[in-house]
Structures are given as C-alpha cells and as structure tokens.
Design a binder for this molecule. Structure first.
Ligand code: FE
Ligand code: FE
Ligand code: MG
Length: 163
C-alpha cells in the first residue's frame, strides 16, 4: 500500500484485513448459494425467482471483487484457497438441498440478514477510522438491505398465491 494511503487508516490494519477476508468468504459462499439455488429452484414463480437469484449472485461476486481490491490495497493477501471459505465465514453456507422456491428464498433471506449484521458492524468499526473502507462497506450494506427486501417481497407474493 502507498505510504500516504496507509497514513489515512487510523485502526489496526491487520485486524481490518482479517475482517475483510471473513466477509470475502461470506461473499463467495453467498455467490454459490444463490447461483446453485437459481439452477435447482422449483415451484411457483420459478422464472422470477431464478432471475432474482442470479441477479443477487452477480452482486455477491461484485462484492467479493470490491473486498479483494481493498484487501490488496491495504497490503493484505486475499483468501487464496476455497477451503478457507468454510473456516472464515460468518454466515455459513446453506446448501439448497430442498429445491422448493419457498425454502430457497428462506435460506437466502437468512444469509442476507447475517450479511446485514456483518456489514453494519464493519461500517461502525471503520467510520471515522478508514473512510475508504467505510464507504465501500456502506455500499455493500445498501445492496444487502435491498437483497433482503427483494427476497421477502417475492416470498410474500408466492405465499399469497396459496391463499
Ligand atoms: Fe454481498
Ligand atoms: Fe446479498
Ligand atoms: Mg434484487
């Protein structure tokens, strides 16, 4: 990292890199959970659900990219081995073993609620201490809030079909 850039960070950089790597593990697992869920999903409004899941998968991959860029900029090494995703994750991976659309949406809502907690903590931690990371995690938090709402709305619409 550039020396002047490093001076901007008023917190333990190694600790910050570790937390960003943990979030990176979450993003990869979220990406795969959405991507594979979109492939296997069955039931009401399958097309809509598939499109939403794929859109979110792409967002999670973009988040992973943002995190890696910042980790490298801070002088860190991003997780290099997928084995580490399971060791470092905050939000776990929920395999879509039951392909029903309701179950898949519920699992992904759970993941988003965990992601919201992770990024809210990261915004609190970096606010006034590392503005560059702060604005990045705030942008990701905004996406995760949108994801949760999208999935809950879709789930409510599907549930209404049964009434
Ligand atoms: Fe994400
Ligand atoms: Fe998300
Ligand atoms: Mg969406």
């Amino acid at each position: 990292m550039g020396t002047k850039g490093r001076e901007l960070v008023k917190m333990d950089v190694d600790e910050l890199i570790e937390l960003l790597n943990k979030a990176l593990a979450d993003e990869w697992l979220a990406y795969y959970q959405y991507w594979t869920g979109a492939k296997v999903v069955e039931g009401a409004m399958r097309g809509e659900a598939e499109a939403e899941l794929i859109e979110h998968a792409n967002d999670e991959l973009r988040h992973a990219d943002m995190l890696v860029e910042r980790i490298i900029q801070l002088g860190g090494v991003p997780l290099l081995d997928p084995k580490e995703w399971y060791e470092k994750t905050n939000c776990e991976y929920l395999p879509p073993t039951d392909p029903s659309v309701i179950k898949i949406l519920e699992q992904n809502i759970e993941g988003e609620q965990c992601a919201i907690d992770v990024y809210r903590k990261l915004t609190e931690l970096t606010r006034d201490k590392d503005e560059i990371t702060y604005f990045m995690v705030l942008e990701i938090l905004k996406d995760e809030v949108e994801h949760e709402e999208d999935l809950q709305t879709l789930l409510e619409d599907i549930e209404k079909m049964h009434k």
